[in-house]
Design a protein around this ligand. Structure first.
Ligand SMILES: Cc1ncccc1N[C@@H](C)c1ccc2c(c1)OCCO2
Length: 115
């Protein structure tokens, strides 16, 4: 059969890379709104507006349970955190700005690591 393309996305190093990237996200000063699931009882409207909640602790759990096929499926969940943030929060707000900062940081890091 055709030799599988060797890229960081699907080779055996994909998952250690995900764990490293997640550790960096969790350690970031602007990670605080994203560390645990949003408590929809404390945040009116959240459950209705955000169809697929995601946060760093849930991603960590999914990594531990081997629920990510490769780096690609991991990146999709990380981007979901930031897309949910943009949908619910004003750009000019504490949480909105934290989301933009975290997305910028993440995009820079995974593209650097993939080169
Ligand atoms: C990412 C996000 N988007 C929209 C709303 C919340 C959150 N984060 C939660 C943890 C959160 C962050 C900050 C809070 C809070 C909850 O509850 C009230 C006090 O301030």
């Amino acid at each position: 059969c055709a030799k599988k393309a060797k890229t960081a996305k699907d080779d055996k190093n994909g998952l250690p890379l995900c764990r490293m990237l997640l550790a960096e996200l969790e350690a970031h000063r602007d990670a605080w709104p994203f560390l645990t699931p949003v408590n929809h009882k404390a945040v009116p409207g959240y459950r209705k507006v955000i169809k697929k909640p995601m946060d760093f602790s849930t991603i960590k759990e999914k990594l531990a349970n081997n629920q990510y096929l490769n780096l690609e499926t991991f990146i999709i969940d990380v981007n979901l955190v930031f897309d949910n943030c943009e949908k619910f929060n004003e750009d000019d707000s504490e949480i909105g700005r934290a989301g933009h900062n975290m997305r910028r940081f993440f995009d820079k890091r995974w593209t650097e690591l993939l080169q």
